[in-house]
Design a protein around this ligand. Sequence first.
Ligand SMILES: C[S@@+](CC[C@H](N)C(=O)[O-])C[C@H]1O[C@@H](n2cnc3c(N)ncnc32)[C@H](O)[C@@H]1O
Length: 309
Amino acid sequence: MSATLKSLRALSDPTRLRIVALLEKDELSVNELQEISRMGQSRISTHLGLLLDSGLVQARREGKRTFYKLSDQTSGASGEFIQLAIRGAKELPEHASDQINLKRIVNRRREQAQVYFNQVAGRFDRVYGPGRSWQAFGHLLLRILPPLVVADLGSGEGLLSELLARRCKRVIAVDNSEKIVAFGAAKAKKNGLKNLEFRLGDLENPPIDPQSVDLVILSQALHHAAEPAKAIAGAYKILKAGGHVMILDLSRHTFNRAHELYGDRWLGFPESDMHRWLEAAGFKKIEISVVAREEQSPHFETILASGQK
Ligand SMILES: C[S@@+](CC[C@H](N)C(=O)[O-])C[C@H]1O[C@@H](n2cnc3c(N)ncnc32)[C@H](O)[C@@H]1O
């Protein structure tokens, strides 16, 4: 049967005209159509089957539910058929109640979606949200980064370096542990990150040419340096004019076991020390603030310090 004949046949029944008119503004499930039209489920399913077959209506599966809506491809004759069907439906005695019920169901659906957010308002940032993570936020923020050349000093196996390499022009990861450098380099290779290079070296005197990078990162690395001030001065040296240093480290704390547990040399730093070292190295536009506090004891605080050459 031709498409035109199928459409004409599909629209030759008042119930199907009602369904087409209901699907005009929103997609609906069989249950919703049932609730709106007060018709039985099997009757609705039969009519939907014919409408699907005609191509005037399309279905979308969402988990266990199926939603129906008017076809996206209703140009030419089928578009005209639909307009005629909607006009015809308006002449049916059920039209007014169909429209009132439709509005009620659509409003209820909207309210259901809002119930959850109304419940968690005020604590939403702290509750679990599917797919919401700092890692995902990190990727989002990365997209606004220009193509920088970055030095990640005390990089570890490259958690941050790898993330940066997906966006930056080049990343040089420096660490003084041979094993970590070998592991990080192998992982970068496996992940196809050709612009990420691992180098064995000390963060106080990194094996990087002077004035060659746009950004130096020291993430939880400075508290391992014998002389943190020297490491900051070293960062200044390898930065191009106008380049930035970003330091994530622990705020001064009293958790002495960090020495044995994490191999830390320093128990974090007071913000004043960090400021003094950055200033002494020659950095301008210095900004230092606490950006995170752990909920569990000993409540480590993370400071973010930055400056520009
Ligand atoms: C706590 S991890 C931080 C790793 C990474 N930056 C991060 O934020 O996930 C500290 C890293 O610094 C390295 N490290 C410690 N002292 C160093 C030094 N003097 N020079 C270079 N790397 C050093 C360690 O091998 C380790 O991989």
